[in-house]
Design a protein around this ligand. Structure first.
Ligand SMILES: Cc1cc2nc3c(=O)[nH]c(=O)nc-3n(C[C@H](O)[C@H](O)[C@H](O)COP(=O)(O)O)c2cc1C
Length: 192
């Protein structure tokens, strides 16, 4: 069971990093889980330039660190994305990766290339926090992540969001968040 954990915040050891760590502790309860952590903030990845080469070949002509990530995203049995809300969406670093998945979208929808793992029910899970309390705080990011997961061929298995969390590490003071994350990771991996 290959689990790909995408840490999407630019802030090291910030709130979404902490939540992801707890979720992965729960996932580790299943000893067959092989977890790979990718810190998006450390990658050098160019934004999509809309060269559209991928629509013909399924390959992106920009040869940067995204190349390795395409492979991981195509193989993972579970993709977990943690990302804070930035202006009602995901941070730019995460959005760059999502846009570069146009190549995987093209493989699926235009070129109809079957991912060898497409018959397996691969899953995706989204973790987020925001500092405000608005009703629609996670609506924009959720839509983006749902279509990201669809493009890379994973089912949107669920999400956990916390509002009203702002300063670095503030999530640690939440009464249930860390326990909830552990339990969510444990539950999800037991269903795969
Ligand atoms: C550039 C930027 C934009 C943000 N936009 C929003 C926003 O639209 N809504 C909101 O509730 N919080 C917003 N925030 C606050 C973050 O979501 C919040 O501080 C969160 O706890 C950061 O999580 P992290 O520690 O995992 O990075 C923004 C923060 C930054 C730096």
């Amino acid at each position: 069971m290959y689990v790909l954990a995408l840490y999407g915040s630019p802030r090291r050891q910030g709130n979404t990093d902490i939540l992801m760590d707890e979720f992965l502790k729960g996932v580790s309860a299943n000893q067959s889980a092989q977890i790979e952590k990718v810190f998006i903030r450390n990658l050098k990845i160019s934004p999509c330039q809309e060269y559209n080469n991928c629509l013909k070949t399924g390959e992106c002509i920009i040869k940067d660190e995204m190349i390795v990530l395409y492979d991981k995203l195509s193989k993972a049995d579970l993709v977990v994305l943690s990302a804070p809300i930035f202006f009602y969406s995901v941070p730019a670093q995460v959005k760059i990766i999502i846009d570069r998945c146009q190549a995987l979208w093209a493989r699926k929808y235009i070129l109809k290339i079957q991912n060898p793992k497409s018959k397996i029910q691969r899953k995706g899970f989204f973790i987020s926090v925001g500092s405000t309390k608005g009703e629609n705080l996670f609506a924009g990011a959720t839509l983006t992540v749902k279509y990201f997961f669809k493009a890379i061929n994973v089912d949107y298995a669920g999400n956990i969001f916390y509002k009203n969390i702002d300063t670095k590490g503030a999530i640690r003071k939440h009464p249930t968040a860390l326990k909830d994350m552990f339990q969510a990771g444990k539950n999800l991996i037991s269903k795969l």
